[in-house]
Unconditional design. Structure first.
Length: 152
């Protein structure tokens, strides 16, 4: 199960849009509410841009974004600039070289190499990332992509 808050993201943006619509006498301009699909992998943003998003909406004077995380109920935290979000994907192919058990020094064991990659990635979290920062590498098959989309 993937539960990072997509439902609450949609509910929050719909609620904010409703409040803006009900109180138009307190602000002026054009409100554009964007729901980004596939935000974890970046494919949604790429797809929106490929679908001419920038030609479909006016350039914003102000952009607001939000994300949810565990915290004190009813509290709001904010800061200037980017915060709380990043998604990067890489594909790693590990190659080995077989050989005879009597000469292991002439082989390259891809299982050992892959294990060392996992250990090193975990060390990024446990030894190099401050406790107040979020860092969570994932492993496994990449998400299914539309056959028309290409990897960056």
């Amino acid at each position: 199960m993937h539960a990072c808050g997509h439902d609450i993201h949609v509910a929050c943006l719909l609620g904010a849009s409703r409040l803006f619509a009900e109180h138009q006498d307190h602000w002026r301009g054009t409100l554009v509410a964007l729901f980004q699909p596939a935000e974890e992998t970046g494919d949604g943003a790429r797809g929106m841009l490929a679908d001419a998003l920038l030609e479909r909406i006016p350039p914003p004077d102000v952009a607001l974004a939000q994300h949810v995380l565990p915290g004190v109920a009813g509290s709001v935290a904010t800061r200037h600039g980017p915060v709380l979000s990043s998604a990067d994907s890489i594909r790693i192919t590990v190659h080995g070289r077989g050989g005879h058990g009597s000469m292991p020094q002439n082989t390259v064991d891809p299982v050992v190499l892959a294990a060392m990659i996992v250990v090193r990635l975990q060390a990024i979290i446990s030894r190099e990332t401050p406790t107040y920062r979020t860092c969570r590498p994932h492993r496994g098959k990449p998400p299914r992509r539309n056959h028309k989309q290409r990897h960056p």
